[in-house]
Design a protein around this ligand. Structure first.
Ligand code: AMP
Length: 403
């Protein structure tokens, strides 16, 4: 790699999902975001495939005066869902890295192929530009072995890569640091429970900036109740549905990933709609909410025990940032654990990071809007420029930040 041009300060972040490509251009010199957008419904007619979607992204960037050929670009940062045990840090993409990520496809059959296509097309368009893979699993790679292991036969587990990897890591990393910053504490001295509650949902326990436990496992199916995923259940449910219900593996996979969670319980996976139905006395919606919140409380309790001392509980993503009702219900009655939500603060809507705990609460309860694009851009920029300091953020030396 040649030394980057000091005038090149922009990072393009690409998030190639199974049916959409999101992009955002960030200028690390001034924190501005000169371009962003999303190409959706890939494979449904107009946008034939990911290559076509990336071509649209390139055209849109050019139309916004920020074409892919711009000399201001210093790197492309790619979100990659599964890094397995192989990738635990942001990684400069080479042919070998692409080949290694391809080997991980069996672990993330829906996500990694889309991520890989995004990488390949972007590399073809700008072969000279450093491109960096930022893995959703990486932040969780610090989990101790006793948290990452399932209690099954070790040889079988190792033969098939069966262990807990965790996901949403970029968000958990960003939010745990932002929570420390909100408390005006060093991340290295702060213990945080992060609750990332979007359509997918996961919890993590972060001790002194290091992830020690998270709720998703081999795949994103484990853990919290989600929009359409069941989260935790007795694994024997699967054998029962196969043997007694006559369902195929694929049918059960679809049931648990796409037709369960809030959707399975009440027919809606949008918390706003569930709130409206609850206000009308709808019992199925109320039960879905209650199951969702009960699971959350269990994880807050468990992670309090894992951490020993909790400084902050941070809510993020669509539900976590917007649903005062979920925050209130999940933490109600936890005064014994030093957690007290202030109903007035909690009800205030806003787009900034904020505290919603009462003055008496020993544990700070925070709402922190997540910013995965910024985190990916920061990590990519830091890697390609070898910066000692993250450009956009919190005066945290990068060596502590990522290592
Ligand atoms: P995400 O995956 O982070 O984009 O979150 C999407 C989910 O956030 C949606 O499915 C909704 O359930 C939830 N959500 C978004 N806005 C609100 C809101 N104002 N109140 C409650 N839930 C919301």
């Amino acid at each position: 790699m040649t030394d980057p041009d000091p005038a090149a300060t922009r990072v393009l972040v690409l998030n190639s999902g199974s049916s959409s490509v999101k992009y955002q251009l960030l200028d690390m010199a001034d924190g501005s975001r000169p371009a962003s957008g999303i190409v959706e419904r890939i494979g449904e007619g107009e946008v034939a495939d990911h290559a076509a979607a990336l071509k649209i992204v390139a055209d849109e960037l050019a139309a916004q005066g920020a074409g892919l050929d711009s000399p201001a670009l210093v790197a492309v940062g790619h979100r990659v869902v599964h890094g397995g045990t192989r990738f635990t840090e942001p990684t400069l993409i080479t042919d070998d890295v692409v080949a290694e990520v391809e080997k991980l496809v069996p672990l993330a059959p829906l996500h990694n192929p889309a991520n890989i296509t995004g990488i390949k097309v972007a590399r073809r368009m700008r072969p000279d530009l450093p491109q960096v893979a930022v893995f959703d699993t990486a932040f969780h790679s610090t989990m101790p072995e006793h948290a990452a292991r399932y209690a099954i036969d070790t040889a079988t587990a190792d033969a098939y890569g069966v262990r807990r990897y965790g996901f949403h890591g970029t968000s958990h990393a960003y939010v745990s640091r932002a929570a420390a910053r909100l408390l005006e504490r060093e991340p290295g001295e702060t213990n945080t429970i992060v609750l990332h509650l979007g359509n997918g949902a996961s919890a993590s326990a972060v001790s002194g900036g290091v992830c020690v436990e998270t709720s998703m496992g081999l795949t994103p199916l484990e853990g919290l109740v989600m929009g359409t995923r069941s989260g935790d259940l007795d694994p024997a449910v699967i054998f029962h549905l196969a043997r007694v219900g006559g369902m195929s593996t694929d049918e059960i996979d679809t049931l648990l990933n796409k037709r369960s969670g809030l959707l399975g319980l009440c027919g809606d996976n949008d918390m706003r709609e569930i709130g409206r139905r609850m206000a009308e006395g709808d019992r199925a919606a109320q039960l879905a909410f209650d199951v969702y919140v009960h699971r959350l409380r269990k994880y807050v309790g468990a992670y309090t025990a894992v951490l020993g001392r909790v400084d902050a509980i941070a809510f993020t993503a669509g539900v976590g940032e917007n649903s005062a009702a979920v925050r209130e219900a999940a933490l109600r009655g936890l005064e014994g654990l030093g957690v007290e939500v202030d109903p007035v603060r909690n009800a205030v809507r806003g787009s900034a990071s904020r505290l919603v705990s009462s003055g008496n609460s020993r544990v700070a309860v925070a709402v922190i809007p997540t910013d995965e694009e910024l985190e990916i851009a920061d990590q990519a920029y830091a890697l390609v420029t070898d910066a000692a300091q993250a450009p956009s953020d919190w005066n945290i030396p990068l060596r502590n930040k990522y290592r």
